[in-house]
Design a protein around this ligand. Structure first.
Ligand SMILES: [Zn+2]
Length: 257
Protein backbone atom coordinates (compact mmCIF):
# COMPACT_ATOMS: atom_id res chain seq x y z
CA UNK A 1 0.00 0.00 0.00
CA UNK A 2 1.28 3.45 -0.91
CA UNK A 3 2.03 6.01 1.75
CA UNK A 4 -0.67 8.55 2.41
CA UNK A 5 -0.21 12.27 1.83
CA UNK A 6 -1.37 15.14 3.97
CA UNK A 7 -4.05 16.83 1.88
CA UNK A 8 -5.35 20.33 1.35
CA UNK A 9 -8.65 19.62 -0.37
CA UNK A 10 -10.65 22.70 -1.27
CA UNK A 11 -14.17 23.34 -2.37
CA UNK A 12 -14.45 26.98 -3.44
CA UNK A 13 -13.02 28.89 -0.48
CA UNK A 14 -13.53 26.09 2.01
CA UNK A 15 -11.07 23.46 3.18
CA UNK A 16 -11.73 19.84 4.17
CA UNK A 17 -10.66 19.15 7.78
CA UNK A 18 -11.56 16.70 10.52
CA UNK A 19 -13.53 17.63 13.63
CA UNK A 20 -10.34 18.85 15.31
CA UNK A 21 -9.71 21.13 12.30
CA UNK A 22 -6.73 19.01 11.19
CA UNK A 23 -5.93 17.97 7.61
CA UNK A 24 -6.87 14.49 6.35
CA UNK A 25 -4.42 11.98 4.82
CA UNK A 26 -5.31 10.59 1.40
CA UNK A 27 -3.81 8.56 -1.44
CA UNK A 28 -2.17 10.89 -3.89
CA UNK A 29 -3.48 11.21 -7.48
CA UNK A 30 -1.42 12.08 -10.57
CA UNK A 31 -3.44 15.28 -10.99
CA UNK A 32 -2.64 16.52 -7.46
CA UNK A 33 -0.56 19.60 -6.95
CA UNK A 34 2.54 18.49 -5.06
CA UNK A 35 3.51 21.03 -2.43
CA UNK A 36 7.29 21.46 -2.45
CA UNK A 37 7.62 21.08 1.29
CA UNK A 38 9.94 18.06 1.37
CA UNK A 39 7.31 15.69 2.78
CA UNK A 40 4.17 14.28 1.26
CA UNK A 41 1.75 17.18 1.05
CA UNK A 42 -0.70 17.65 -1.81
CA UNK A 43 -3.43 20.08 -2.78
CA UNK A 44 -6.48 19.49 -4.94
CA UNK A 45 -10.07 20.53 -5.37
CA UNK A 46 -12.80 18.28 -4.11
CA UNK A 47 -13.55 16.06 -7.11
CA UNK A 48 -16.72 16.64 -9.08
CA UNK A 49 -19.66 14.89 -7.33
CA UNK A 50 -17.31 13.58 -4.61
CA UNK A 51 -19.23 13.46 -1.33
CA UNK A 52 -17.65 14.89 1.80
CA UNK A 53 -15.84 11.89 3.36
CA UNK A 54 -17.15 10.61 6.67
CA UNK A 55 -15.64 12.35 9.68
CA UNK A 56 -14.59 15.39 7.64
CA UNK A 57 -16.16 18.80 7.16
CA UNK A 58 -15.74 21.83 4.91
CA UNK A 59 -14.68 24.95 6.82
CA UNK A 60 -14.27 28.44 5.30
CA UNK A 61 -10.57 29.33 5.09
CA UNK A 62 -11.21 32.69 6.74
CA UNK A 63 -12.53 30.83 9.80
CA UNK A 64 -9.32 28.77 10.01
CA UNK A 65 -7.44 32.03 10.49
CA UNK A 66 -8.94 32.27 13.95
CA UNK A 67 -8.45 28.55 14.77
CA UNK A 68 -4.99 27.87 13.42
CA UNK A 69 -1.60 29.38 14.06
CA UNK A 70 -0.10 31.67 11.43
CA UNK A 71 2.12 29.05 9.88
CA UNK A 72 -0.72 26.56 9.40
CA UNK A 73 -2.87 29.27 7.86
CA UNK A 74 -0.08 30.40 5.55
CA UNK A 75 0.46 26.85 4.27
CA UNK A 76 -3.24 26.52 3.45
CA UNK A 77 -3.15 29.95 1.89
CA UNK A 78 -0.22 28.94 -0.33
CA UNK A 79 -1.99 25.72 -1.34
CA UNK A 80 -5.18 27.44 -2.48
CA UNK A 81 -3.29 30.17 -4.32
CA UNK A 82 -1.16 27.64 -6.22
CA UNK A 83 -4.22 25.59 -7.16
CA UNK A 84 -6.04 28.69 -8.41
CA UNK A 85 -2.97 29.78 -10.35
CA UNK A 86 -2.63 26.36 -12.00
CA UNK A 87 -6.32 26.39 -13.01
CA UNK A 88 -5.96 29.87 -14.51
CA UNK A 89 -2.80 29.12 -16.53
CA UNK A 90 -3.75 26.06 -18.58
CA UNK A 91 -2.80 27.93 -21.75
CA UNK A 92 0.24 29.99 -22.67
CA UNK A 93 -0.47 33.72 -22.34
CA UNK A 94 2.10 34.41 -25.05
CA UNK A 95 1.08 32.00 -27.87
CA UNK A 96 -2.08 30.28 -26.63
CA UNK A 97 -0.72 26.70 -26.66
CA UNK A 98 -1.72 24.30 -23.87
CA UNK A 99 0.82 24.42 -21.01
CA UNK A 100 2.54 21.66 -19.01
CA UNK A 101 3.20 21.58 -15.30
CA UNK A 102 6.89 22.04 -14.49
CA UNK A 103 8.14 18.85 -12.78
CA UNK A 104 9.92 20.54 -9.89
CA UNK A 105 9.12 24.24 -9.80
CA UNK A 106 5.95 26.22 -9.39
CA UNK A 107 5.78 27.08 -13.07
CA UNK A 108 3.60 26.33 -16.11
CA UNK A 109 5.69 25.81 -19.23
CA UNK A 110 4.64 26.26 -22.84
CA UNK A 111 5.99 23.34 -24.94
CA UNK A 112 5.62 25.44 -28.10
CA UNK A 113 7.36 28.75 -27.27
CA UNK A 114 9.01 27.78 -23.91
CA UNK A 115 7.38 30.71 -22.11
CA UNK A 116 7.29 30.08 -18.33
CA UNK A 117 4.39 31.37 -16.27
CA UNK A 118 5.00 31.77 -12.53
CA UNK A 119 2.50 32.52 -9.78
CA UNK A 120 2.10 36.25 -9.23
CA UNK A 121 1.58 38.06 -5.99
CA UNK A 122 -0.46 41.26 -5.90
CA UNK A 123 1.03 43.78 -3.47
CA UNK A 124 -1.52 45.73 -1.43
CA UNK A 125 -0.80 48.49 1.05
CA UNK A 126 -2.80 48.79 4.26
CA UNK A 127 -2.27 51.87 6.42
CA UNK A 128 -3.08 52.87 9.96
CA UNK A 129 -3.24 56.66 10.19
CA UNK A 130 -2.79 58.33 13.56
CA UNK A 131 -3.69 61.89 14.59
CA UNK A 132 -2.15 63.22 17.79
CA UNK A 133 -1.49 60.66 20.52
CA UNK A 134 -4.91 59.13 20.89
CA UNK A 135 -6.75 58.93 17.56
CA UNK A 136 -6.74 56.60 14.55
CA UNK A 137 -8.59 56.83 11.26
CA UNK A 138 -11.03 54.01 10.58
CA UNK A 139 -13.18 53.67 7.48
CA UNK A 140 -16.25 51.68 6.57
CA UNK A 141 -16.09 49.88 3.24
CA UNK A 142 -19.09 50.76 1.07
CA UNK A 143 -19.51 47.12 -0.03
CA UNK A 144 -19.43 45.77 3.52
CA UNK A 145 -22.93 45.54 4.98
CA UNK A 146 -21.75 45.11 8.59
CA UNK A 147 -20.82 47.90 11.01
CA UNK A 148 -17.16 46.99 10.88
CA UNK A 149 -14.63 49.80 10.44
CA UNK A 150 -11.26 48.94 8.88
CA UNK A 151 -8.10 50.58 7.62
CA UNK A 152 -7.32 52.27 4.31
CA UNK A 153 -6.08 49.67 1.83
CA UNK A 154 -5.55 49.25 -1.88
CA UNK A 155 -3.48 47.71 -4.64
CA UNK A 156 -0.06 49.03 -5.57
CA UNK A 157 -0.03 50.29 -9.16
CA UNK A 158 2.62 49.52 -11.77
CA UNK A 159 5.63 51.82 -11.42
CA UNK A 160 4.69 53.09 -7.98
CA UNK A 161 6.64 52.84 -4.70
CA UNK A 162 4.87 51.43 -1.65
CA UNK A 163 4.99 54.85 0.02
CA UNK A 164 3.42 56.46 -3.05
CA UNK A 165 0.67 53.84 -2.93
CA UNK A 166 0.01 54.69 0.73
CA UNK A 167 -0.22 58.43 -0.08
CA UNK A 168 -2.37 57.91 -3.20
CA UNK A 169 -4.84 55.49 -1.59
CA UNK A 170 -5.29 57.75 1.45
CA UNK A 171 -5.85 60.81 -0.71
CA UNK A 172 -8.26 58.99 -3.04
CA UNK A 173 -10.32 57.26 -0.39
CA UNK A 174 -10.56 59.88 2.35
CA UNK A 175 -9.01 63.07 0.93
CA UNK A 176 -6.23 63.31 3.52
CA UNK A 177 -2.48 63.85 3.25
CA UNK A 178 -0.18 61.77 5.45
CA UNK A 179 3.46 62.02 6.58
CA UNK A 180 6.12 59.89 8.35
CA UNK A 181 5.16 56.65 6.58
CA UNK A 182 6.75 53.63 8.28
CA UNK A 183 6.69 49.96 7.31
CA UNK A 184 5.34 47.57 9.97
CA UNK A 185 4.89 43.99 8.66
CA UNK A 186 3.34 41.87 5.91
CA UNK A 187 0.76 39.11 5.58
CA UNK A 188 -0.04 36.86 2.60
CA UNK A 189 -3.76 37.01 1.98
CA UNK A 190 -5.26 34.36 -0.32
CA UNK A 191 -8.38 36.25 -1.46
CA UNK A 192 -7.30 35.89 -4.20
CA UNK A 193 -3.49 36.26 -4.14
CA UNK A 194 -2.46 39.37 -2.28
CA UNK A 195 0.47 40.34 -0.13
CA UNK A 196 -0.71 42.85 2.46
CA UNK A 197 2.05 45.33 3.34
CA UNK A 198 1.29 47.17 6.57
CA UNK A 199 2.29 50.80 7.18
CA UNK A 200 1.65 53.40 9.79
CA UNK A 201 1.47 57.08 8.92
CA UNK A 202 0.61 60.34 10.63
CA UNK A 203 -2.12 62.68 9.57
CA UNK A 204 -0.57 65.73 7.85
CA UNK A 205 -3.40 67.85 6.44
CA UNK A 206 -6.82 67.98 4.82
CA UNK A 207 -10.48 67.41 5.67
CA UNK A 208 -12.08 63.97 5.34
CA UNK A 209 -13.72 63.67 1.94
CA UNK A 210 -15.05 60.22 1.07
CA UNK A 211 -14.68 58.37 -2.21
CA UNK A 212 -18.26 57.22 -2.05
CA UNK A 213 -18.08 54.12 -4.26
CA UNK A 214 -15.42 52.71 -1.90
CA UNK A 215 -16.01 54.23 1.54
CA UNK A 216 -19.34 54.93 3.23
CA UNK A 217 -17.91 56.56 6.37
CA UNK A 218 -14.50 57.48 7.80
CA UNK A 219 -13.64 59.17 11.07
CA UNK A 220 -10.84 59.66 13.53
CA UNK A 221 -11.73 57.61 16.60
CA UNK A 222 -10.31 58.01 20.10
CA UNK A 223 -8.44 54.88 21.24
CA UNK A 224 -11.03 54.24 23.97
CA UNK A 225 -14.05 54.81 21.73
CA UNK A 226 -13.45 52.46 18.82
CA UNK A 227 -16.29 51.05 16.71
CA UNK A 228 -16.37 47.38 15.65
CA UNK A 229 -12.91 46.56 14.19
CA UNK A 230 -11.60 43.68 11.98
CA UNK A 231 -11.33 40.20 13.53
CA UNK A 232 -8.36 38.85 15.44
CA UNK A 233 -5.95 37.12 13.05
CA UNK A 234 -6.21 39.83 10.40
CA UNK A 235 -3.30 42.18 9.91
CA UNK A 236 -5.64 45.16 10.47
CA UNK A 237 -6.44 43.91 13.98
CA UNK A 238 -2.73 43.47 14.81
CA UNK A 239 -1.98 46.98 13.47
CA UNK A 240 -4.70 48.61 15.59
CA UNK A 241 -3.46 46.76 18.71
CA UNK A 242 0.10 47.77 17.88
CA UNK A 243 -0.72 51.46 17.74
CA UNK A 244 -2.97 51.48 20.80
CA UNK A 245 -1.25 48.98 23.10
CA UNK A 246 2.30 48.88 21.72
CA UNK A 247 2.20 45.13 20.94
CA UNK A 248 4.35 43.99 17.99
CA UNK A 249 2.44 43.55 14.72
CA UNK A 250 4.18 40.22 14.15
CA UNK A 251 6.79 38.68 16.42
CA UNK A 252 9.88 36.71 15.37
CA UNK A 253 7.96 33.45 15.05
CA UNK A 254 5.45 35.22 12.79
CA UNK A 255 2.54 34.62 15.10
CA UNK A 256 -0.18 37.20 14.69
CA UNK A 257 -0.89 38.86 18.00
ZN1 LIG B 1 3.62 29.64 -25.75
Amino acid sequence: MSELSLAYIFHQQQLLVDHHFQLPRVESLASDLQMNTGDRVIARDLLEDEPIPKGLQLVPIRQLLTLWDTQQFEHASRAIQLLEWRKNHKFCSHCGHQTHIHPSEYAMICPSCRYHQYPRVQPCVITIITRGNDEILLAKNAKNKTNMYGLIAGFVEVGETLEEAVRRETLEEVGLKVKNIQYLASQPWPFPSNLMLAFRAEYASGEIELQEEEISDAEFFKFDQLPEIPFKGSIAYAMIKHVIEGTPVADDTQKWL
